[in-house]
Design a binder for this molecule. Structure first.
Ligand SMILES: [Zn+2]
Ligand SMILES: [Zn+2]
Ligand SMILES: [Zn+2]
Length: 274
């Protein structure tokens, strides 16, 4: 099995359709215009494993969105070998409770990886998870083990090299991730408005780049479609996929106008690198 990326969610923070909107995209009959909040699953064969594929394939989740339950059920996912967080915005973290189900299905804790800033917010927002001894009743909360990431410092997860890539998201930092497994490489850069100089050397020679392309007109914390295409031209991955899509973009309309190696992601899309 090759290195694989599953788009669990490809939409912006409000999702598409948005609550209370009757625009052409929010009422589109094309299932690709139905987008849950942004998250991907990265799958690859774990190092040193020799059992049947289902036991050896490792599944790493990037972000836990408010739509996480639906996303896990839709793809029949019953194991998560770790979670990596890009940043602590609500659309990327609010599904954290659903990790409890993996404590139950896997009978173990779940490792989560995030930078110090994101971990601080998670610990503040979800005290009942991180300080369970203070809970009034002994309810079932997720058992998570937190690990601190630093931009530019790679870690090895089950034989794949994961490099946190520093990104600028408006006035805040966020993390992208580059994953190298065997000879394949994927980078996931959602929630970015600017690439700092240090990011570019980490994004060389990519098979696949996934990049934020919120909408057509400028936004203070996200790239537009035009800005994303400019970054793709600079970074030169073999293929690129646009994500974190808002209701301004009709899937079929934009796809018809993109360069031949650039695609707009949709929920359920699976990208394979061999
Ligand atoms: Zn977001
Ligand atoms: Zn709309
Ligand atoms: Zn964000």
């Amino acid at each position: 099995m090759p290195l694989e990326l599953v788009f669990l969610g490809s939409g912006t923070s409000a999702g598409v359709p948005m609550i209370g909107c009757r625009c052409a995209v929010c009422t589109s009959a094309d299932p690709r215009d139905n987008r849950t909040r942004p998250s991907v699953l990265i799958r690859y064969p774990g190092a040193g494993s020799s059992g049947p594929a289902s036991e050896t394939t490792r599944s790493l989740l990037i972000d836990t969105t408010p739509d996480m339950r639906v996303q896990m059920i839709r793809h029949d996912i019953d194991r998560i070998d770790g979670v990596l967080y890009t940043h602590a915005h609500a659309d990327h973290i609010l599904g954290i409770d659903d990790l409890r189900r993996f404590n139950a299905t896997m009978q173990t804790h779940v490792d989560i990886h995030a930078d110090e800033r994101t971990l601080r917010v998670l610990r503040e927002m979800f005290r009942y998870i991180f300080e369970p001894h203070n809970n009034v009743s002994q309810t079932f909360v997720a058992t998570l083990v937190a690990h601190t990431l630093r931009a530019g410092e790679p870690l090895n997860l089950f034989g794949a090299k994961w490099t946190p890539v520093p990104l600028i998201h408006g006035k805040l930092p966020s993390l992208g991730f580059r994953i190298d497994a065997d000879d394949a490489s994927i980078a996931y850069c959602t929630d970015v408005s600017q690439f700092p100089e240090e990011a570019y050397p980490l994004l060389q020679d990519l098979d696949v780049l996934v990049i934020d392309a919120l909408r057509y007109h400028p936004h203070p914390t996200h790239l537009t479609v035009e800005e994303a295409l400019r970054q793709i031209a600079l970074i030169q991955p073999r293929r690129a996929y646009l994500t974190h899509i808002a209701h301004d973009i009709l899937h079929a309309d934009l796809q018809a106008r993109l360069p031949e190696n650039v695609f707009i992601a949709h929920d359920g899309m699976i990208v394979r690198c061999e």
